[in-house]
Design a protein around this ligand. Sequence first.
Ligand code: CTP
Ligand code: CA
Length: 228
Amino acid sequence: VEAFLAPKLLRGKKLLITAGPTFEPIDPVRGITNHSSGKMGFAIARAAAEAGADVTLVAGPVHLATPRGVQRIDVQSAQQMYDAVLPQAPHHHAFIAAAAVADWRPAQTHEHKLKKVEGGANLAGTAPTIAMAENPDILAAVANLPRPPYCVGFAAESEKLAEYAEAKRRRKGIPLIIANLGPATFGRDDNALLLIDEHGQRELPEAGGRADKLSLARALIADLSKRL
Ligand code: CTP
Ligand code: CA
């Protein structure tokens, strides 16, 4: 009912959204990942579709249903997310980077499971050292396109929220960043957001406190519709 009543603020607009964590394999049975339930990004995708947008959602490994009317592309690693996003980005009006992308990956993925006990030899006590390589910054790459979509970043910080988020916004060259305090928000159904652009800050929910992620996503989409 709410979806039906929602004003179609984004009719004719194409939104590209990343959500969830990425998973960086070490071998066929192990990997490195980030904390992210994907709930905020999926709520934004749902709110955008309710508002009439054409939504493409690039999702890392999460256990969430695809919102109605949303086109979903599933990926695992940061490189796969990059490869899915970059060719699509020039064809969208806005890019919302809600994913918790792993900053580094194992430099090599082993074809076979690393073994603690192999060929009768017990290797216990000899832990492997895993060399790491840096992943591409998807948001910064999209923001650097010749004609970028309107780019929205997220910043989960554990301290100095506004200061760190604003520094991140400038560093990535994006018009808007959405800051939230972690790790308290991870996996929860509610959140509190701080929107920061070149003019200043705005809190959601407006009245302070916390709100459920879908309400926040709808408020965020209403805000975004004025920027596009
Ligand atoms: N991001 C991205 N690709 C990456 C890393 C981050 O697209 N490889 C995006 C995230 O989706 C988020 C924003 O960039 O919208 C900020 O991510 P964050 O991890 O907070 O920033 P970093 O620049 O990686 O800095 P740090 O982790 O050191 O705080
Ligand atoms: Ca990071």
